[in-house]
Design a protein around this ligand. Structure first.
Ligand code: ADP
Ligand code: MG
Length: 505
């Protein structure tokens, strides 16, 4: 396919106003599925399940199998709705959305249609420079996920050109909440950034509530990005495209930016935008047409006859409201002030996804700056090298204990890094690693002085220089002593002792 024409981004913004709308699916981490007792693959315990092992008759749509609603999923959905500032419907119902696809055994998906559980909300989203944008929420509704198809043998991984397809029904019936924004106006050139920040906010809220694993790379959070342009001064909304399943923060920002540039080129050339879904291509950073989509696609929705309406009591709603965590943006502002970090230092922690780790390390007694340095420095470096999450390598209490050993002089920074490696390797607490590996700093001045005297005797010319006032010459002696001590000495103390010995002898 020929590459699409793109208009320069700034020029596109001069001519057109971008309007975006975001649909975000959040997989809940309940123990079991939305409508069946099968274990939920979106729960942390079940990540490694073999295909088609987490399946109950309901998930396959076997004859006579009847769905029942998962109460935990209802609670999670209400909490999420409340965190998004939504009203919770005193009564909402499920609906059948009818369509055929091989990953959908029943030939319909149970969703919510005209009566979602949560509606009319708003959420504050913080851009990188601290600007707060309030995003209006239209609704958040519950539904079940479909299974997963893997198309094998083609070049693209899509069904076109594939030799055969594999179906995994583990995901069929995973509880989802779909959050739909109203059209978002006024973001202008920051529309792509806002889309990314909105997604991050939803992720942070889901994590704070503990209702989802919230890992985008695992598909726990998926985003469809709607984009339209309207000429400056025009009232009527332009025709939108819906780029499906954009599965990273960075991609959603790129996809929105790309669609703005692509649509602007078409509109400026006198063309029209086709209302359609589009696919996002991570490798090329482009979108391509999916299927045409009208606003009135007829899925023959009708109320699900096998399920009663969901009617949460006012007490339950208030109980969940009272248990809501601090909103993520407010929490970030509070922690930044408490810790006294610069913008850059704080961004490092946030971008590394290390807020919880630093907070727990500070709570365990470390100074905020020390906690930050360990997590964004050495621990992240090791995690990147091993392809693991920093938080999975070492417990915050151990990081605090390690820093405690540095602060009391038992370890130098360098020794502490070796101890960290031991802790990560599972050799025990920092103190246990120090004991087992014999890594403590030699704080016995007698042993240091013996090594210093030996080094001075071996390098009389250096001794003479020091005596002549060229104190920087002491570096050579420090080096020799550190080597003799296998690095287990405090260099500042060694330096002090060298100057003392040189002036005496
Ligand atoms: P669909 O069934 O097409 O997914 P939804 O109502 O679930 O429809 O979601 C449509 C999304 O697109 C919403 O976020 C909505 O605010 C947004 N939207 C609707 N019209 C436009 C438009 N002209 N430009 C940009 N976004 C739009
Ligand atoms: Mg939709």
């Amino acid at each position: 396919m020929a590459a699409a024409q793109l208009m320069d981004f700034d020029k596109a913004l001069e001519m057109f106003e971008p309007v975006i709308g975001l649909e975000v699916h959040v997989e809940l981490n309940t123990k079991t599925k939305m409508f069946s007792p099968a274990a939920n693959p979106a729960h942390a315990d079940n990540h490694d399940a073999e295909p088609n092992t987490l399946v109950a008759p309901v998930d396959l749509g076997l004859p006579g199998a009847m769905p029942t609603v998962n109460a935990e999923a209802i609670r999670s959905s209400i909490s999420l709705g409340l965190a998004l500032g939504c009203s919770i419907a005193p009564s909402s119902r499920f609906a059948r959305k009818n369509y055929f696809y091989p990953d959908l055994g029943k030939n319909y998906q149970i969703s919510q249609y005209d009566e979602p559980i949560a509606f009319e909300g708003q959420v504050d989203v913080e851009l990188t420079d601290g600007t707060i944008v309030t995003v209006p929420i239209e609704r958040a509704h519950m539904e079940e996920d479909a299974g997963k198809l893997t198309h094998v043998g083609g070049a693209t991984g899509r069904i076109q050109g594939a030799e055969y397809s594999l179906v995994d029904y583990n995901r069929a019936g995973v509880p989802l909440v779909e959050i739909v924004t109203k059209p978002i106006f006024g973001a202008e050139h920051r529309a792509p950034e806002l889309a990314k920040a909105y997604l991050a906010t939803i992720r942070d809220i889901a994590i704070a509530l503990g209702i989802s694993e919230a890992r985008m790379e695992r598909g726990n959070i998926r985003c469809d990005a709607n984009v339209s342009l309207r000429p400056r001064g025009e009232e009527r909304l332009g025709t939108r495209t819906e780029t499906k399943n954009v599965n990273s923060m960075r991609s959603v920002e790129r996809a929105v930016r790309y669609e703005i540039q692509r649509q602007a080129a078409i509109l400026a050339g006198g063309g029209t935008i086709t209302q359609e879904t589009r696919h996002w291509h991570e490798d090329t950073g482009t979108t391509s047409p999916g299927r045409p989509k009208s606003d009135a696609d007829d899925y023959r929705y009708f109320p699900e006859p096998d399920l009663l309406p969901v009617a949460p009591s006012a007490e339950l709603i208030e109980e969940l409201r009272a248990a809501l965590p601090e909103p993520p943006a407010a929490r970030r502002r509070r922690l930044k002030a408490d810790w006294g970090f610069t913008d850059l230092e704080f961004q490092d922690v946030v971008n590394g996804g290390l807020l919880n780790e630093v907070e727990a390390t500070v709570a365990a007694g470390a100074a905020p700056q020390s906690a930050r340095k360990w997590w964004t420095g050495e621990i992240t470096r090791i995690a990147n090298a091993e392809g693991r999450e920093p938080g999975a390598l070492v417990a915050p209490e151990h990081v605090a204990a390690l820093q405690g050993l540095v602060d009391e002089g038992t370890l130098t920074d360098k020794l502490a890094r070796q101890v960290l490696e031991g802790v990560i390797a599972g050799e025990g607490t920092p103190q246990e690693v120090v004991d087992a590996r014999g890594l403590a700093v030699v704080s016995d001045d007698g042993a240091l002085i013996a090594a210093i005297d030996e080094a001075l005797a071996a390098q009389p010319d250096v001794l003479q220089k020091i005596r002549d006032g060229k104190v920087q010459a002491a570096g050579a002696i420090i080096g020799a002593v550190m080597k003799a001590m296998k690095g287990q000495a405090d260099a500042a103390r060694v330096r002090e002792l060298i100057l003392e010995r040189a002036s005496q002898a």
